[in-house]
Design a protein around this ligand. Sequence first.
Ligand code: 5AD
Ligand code: SF4
Length: 438
Amino acid sequence: MKKYYIRTFGCQMNVNDSQKMAGILKSLGYEPARDWKEADLILVNTCSVREKPDQKVLSALGEFKKVKNKNPDAVIGVCGCLAQRAGYEILQKAPFVDMVFGTTNIHHLPQLLKEAEAGNKAVEIIEDIDQSETELDRYPTVRDNRYTAYVTVIRGCDKKCTYCIVPYTRGKERSRRIGEVIQEVKWLVDDGVKEIHLIGQNVTAYGKDLGDVRFYELLYAVADVEGVERIRFTTGHPRDLDEETIKAMADIPQVCEYLHLPIQAGSDRILKAMDRGYTQKEYLEKIELLRKYIPDIALSTDIIVGFPGETYKDYLETVKVLKEVEYDQVFAFKYSPRPGTPAANMELTENPEDVGKRLSDLINMQKEITFKKNREYENKVVEVLVEEQKEDELVGRTRTNKLVHLKGGHNLLGELVKVKINKVNRFSLEGELLQQLV
Ligand code: 5AD
Ligand code: SF4
């Protein structure tokens, strides 16, 4: 049996695409390799959101090249956002690569592989969206986690934030038909999945291009599938998060009390330059609305520090929002100019060397807030979905997405249990099993 190895960079969309590619390879008779060194096929699924992941891909390829020393027939393929944006450049820099394909050509993997195995360079990067891309949806995913699963509901993004490469690498918004999403959810539940995680670059825009369905209706439809015990979704855009969605989140028992809502920056001047389509006040009103309907909701966000023209005063507006909202988790990044985006032509911040310090100060401040939020769980009883058994402990997540290590139970994989939290760490909680819920 031939063996494959997939290395995935980037966001949940790439993770899901890799799971689908593993599904395609399984249908072709491949099995997973434990190590890339023993693989007959190595696929690198790339990200292009910042410059660092770009570099990581090239160094990973330099390493993977060695697979051909022992196995000259091994095939190396590159796909994902960097392949879409700079596939031909990759071929030049890494001529040993056999296969390159874009973000909407993944379903052609079987044909591309045949071509590469015959000793040809297999390349498919098209600028327009491949109309048959949804064929990918028909493949079952191969997942590490048996009890939680991603379901792609919308591809692409129409927002065109000035710093962001995604609209160029993944194209305009395309929602999947609701019936097809529900069919996939049913398959997953039949396969033992308890938690459905709806994903898209901008899930809250779901249905806009279809015209006859809205995101909150999708939430109700997923909740109606027998056996769905938890629902999450990522990523929502503050501008598209409407009151109907928030009401549905509060009303549907399975929708978890957790939301990732990227703000990117606190200063109105910078938000405008980013073309985010909201002011700080409007964003904070959304948070207020979320907390009105779902008082115990956990929140996380993305922040970019050092966007072109950001002054210390602008930065302090971001710090102010972090202190005011008290997010459970913050993902903060240094601004990275992306070729072809409008912001790449803007003047950089006056003192670029200050940006590193701004970022580390912000991360340190948030560390304390995260710890404070975790401490609120001390002695609380929470619902945990048990996802993993590790020697003498079980590992799972709360509805608010906190990682929990627990003792006192066996044979509980995939079960919802009640846990009393008795120890709080910076990045996880520890607890004792009280009882099984279902
Ligand atoms: N530079 C830095 N961070 C970026 N992000 C997107 N584009 C850039 C960029 N050019 C961040 C945003 C986004 C997250 C996925 O990555 O915060 O929400
Ligand atoms: Fe990028 Fe904005 Fe789309 Fe998010 S919503 S992917 S930040 S363009």
